[in-house]
Write a protein that binds this ligand. Structure first.
Ligand code: ADP
Length: 581
């Protein structure tokens, strides 16, 4: 159980552990010696032999000095190891999360990660900070007292030695019940954490559909399960503790009974029996304390399991010999991909986007268009086939270098709870004010800035809630402009923007994509028509490809799609008219 936590201790601190344990043992041995020495001391005192009583007291004093040394040393070392472990684990988890595939991050992981980094790490380090020492002492002191008793009366010692394993087994049984309940309660807490985050983020949608209140069944169910889990946890800890406490008390009564019987049979003196009863209580108390703490240690071991599970999620394989891109082309070769163990959503897709050209991906909703953009930027690794960027497989780039190649303008624009200036600067941290202003001017973010009360310094609220959808998209375009990467991955807005916003977004995108390699999930007819290459995707396969004119003339799925969309938009275009930009 403790082993799981020990494995998480970083190297420099792991070397301190033997000393830490040795100090706990010194503390426990000295303490049990002090307890056992009480017997002859009390006996001498009751018999009026003051000289002997003083001698025994001196020995007790020596034991107490060792108790102090061991206690102080183990406390200092425990805190050092615990604090070191906490710091290193948080760094390790942070570093690990930074190299996980981006696709790993979903709404359900947000809850577990935050709980893990704050709660589980603290639970695990608690083993060193305040659990292990009292737990080990709770086991070692009774063991020491039981062994020490051999020198005083073997029958008492035997009774103690027999009762200890029995108490241990009962305690283990209680722990097992508790551990299962703890895992269930933790899962329920994680689930409800995620549902609360989702509930908060989805407020606009829920309200629009009149489902914001008690109507949110997912959240309600998760909270009910969590409540049940917490109650189950409390209930599960009761049987173990009750049975254990009962047995501990029974052992104590047995020891008292033995002491009285021995005294009655003249095997030991009455003062010795009284002293024995006093020492027996010292045998019992640490056991009780250890039982209480072992529940917390079990919780810490579970926390260690959760931390290990996260550290075991395979990171993106990093290139052993990083390469440099030769140009800004992108090519997919026979790419197949499924989300997790789900259905195949991309099926044998092959295409090349030559440097400096635009490829538009069109097709019905759910056909895998957005997934192609995610795969190109390595949010996920493909299951089969390969993707090259700049004529090298994307897995040969360190992840930072690969992302340098891309500007991403996706629909789910996330704005941080910071000033609008800081939000745009995410595009390129070292950008000058002139560059910032230029990007802002092209994406018409300057207009938004003028309207905001504190201009550039206005905080945009969590997730950018104080901006409209079109405005958020303009900020993301400004970021991308500032980054000025050679390849633009663009997911055009499906939702209708108001005409003013739309005109500005289009202008920004036009600037952003000039002379760049562009892969665009296209919805606007103008974008589609002007693309150098159009890929028509259906159920994860490219079923038609070519330029607008060629595809229109082929009178296949694309032509049908185009005619329907242009009729809906009120466009009338003959194929011959559409050849120029
Ligand atoms: P499109 O952009 O063409 O609408 P997507 O690429 O978003 O299509 O989705 C393709 C398929 O993959 C759909 O069936 C969708 O439900 C599924 N899908 C998309 N994202 C995920 C995800 N994160 N996890 C599991 N399935 C997903």
């Amino acid at each position: 159980m403790i082993g799981k936590v020990l494995r998480l201790v970083p190297d420099p601190y792991r070397r301190l552990i033997p000393r830490y344990i040795a100090m706990i043992v010194l503390f426990a041995v000295a303490q049990s010696a002090a307890y056992v020495l009480l017997m002859p001391m009390l006996e001498s005192l009751f018999e009026g032999d003051l000289g002997a009583a003083w001698t025994w007291t001196a020995w007790i004093a020596v034991a107490v000095v060792f108790v102090c040394i061991g206690g102080y040393q183990q406390a200092v070392l425990g805190i050092r190891i615990g604090a070191g472990m906490m710091q290193s684990l948080q760094t390790r988890l942070g570093d690990h999360i930074a190299v996980l595939p981006l696709g790993w991050f979903g709404s359900s992981t947000a809850g577990s990660v935050s709980k893990l980094i704050s709660g589980s790490v603290r639970d695990a380090m608690g083993v060193f900070a305040h659990l292990l020492a009292p737990l080990l002492t709770g086991v070692l002191v009774p063991a020491g007292v039981a062994i020490g008793m051999i020198f005083i009366d073997w029958r008492i010692s035997l009774a103690m030695i027999i009762s200890a394993p029995l108490l241990y087994l009962v305690n283990r049984w209680g722990q097992g019940v508790y551990s299962r309940a703890d895992t269930r309660a933790h899962q329920a807490a994680e689930e409800s954490n995620s549902r609360v985050i989702e509930f908060a983020q989805a407020q606009p949608v829920l309200r629009a559909f009149g489902a914001a209140g008690a109507g949110n069944r997912g959240l309600q169910n998760a909270l009910t399960v969590q409540r049940r889990g917490s109650r189950g946890l409390v209930l599960a800890s009761i049987p173990g503790l009750v049975v254990f406490s009962f047995l501990v008390q029974l052992t104590f009564i047995l020891l008292v009974y033995l002491a009285i019987t021995l005294a009655a049979g003249d095997s030991i003196s009455v003062p010795a029996a009284i002293a024995l009863i006093a020492v027996s209580s010292r045998f019992i108390d640490p056991l009780n304390q250890a039982a209480d703490l072992s529940t917390a240690v079990r919780g810490a071991a579970n926390a260690a399991d959760r931390i290990t599970d996260l550290l075991d999620v395979p990171p993106l394989a990093e290139a052993s010999e990083p390469v440099l891109p030769e140009d800004s082309s992108v090519s997919f070769t026979d790419v197949t991909f499924a989300y997790g163990s789900g259905e195949t959503v991309i099926n044998g897709v092959t295409f090349t986007v030559p440097a400096g050209t635009t490829t538009a991906i069109v097709g019905p909703s759910g056909s895998g268009k957005t997934t192609l953009l995610r795969l190109a930027s390595r949010f996920y690794d493909v299951d089969d086939g390969g993707i090259d960027v700049g004529r090298n497989p994307i897995s040969n780039y360190p992840s930072g270098a690969l992302m340098q190649q891309f500007s991403l303008v996706f629909q789910d624009v996330y704005l941080f709870n910071q000033s609008i200036a800081e939000n745009v600067r995410i595009g390129r941290a070292g950008a000058t004010d002139e560059e910032l202003n230029r990007a802002a001017e092209i994406a018409r973010v300057d207009e938004i800035v003028e309207r905001l009360p504190d201009g550039w310094e206005t905080n945009v609220g969590e997730g950018g809630t104080s901006l409209s959808g079109g405005e958020r998209q303009r900020v993301s375009i400004a970021r991308a402009l500032l980054k000025d990467a050679p390849i633009v991955l663009l997911d055009e807005a499906t939702s209708a923007l108001d005409p003013q916003n739309e005109a500005r977004v289009v202008r920004g995108i036009h600037e952003l994509t000039r002379n760049k390699t562009v892969i665009v999930v296209a919805h606007r007819l103008a974008t589609i028509r002007h693309a150098d290459q159009i890929l028509f995707l259906d159920q994860g396969r490219i079923i038609e490809r070519g330029t607008h004119d060629v595809l229109l003339r082929a009178e296949g799925r694309y032509a049908a799609f185009w005619n329907e969309r242009s009729r809906a938009a009120g466009w009338r275009l003959a194929p011959a008219e559409s050849g120029h930009r």
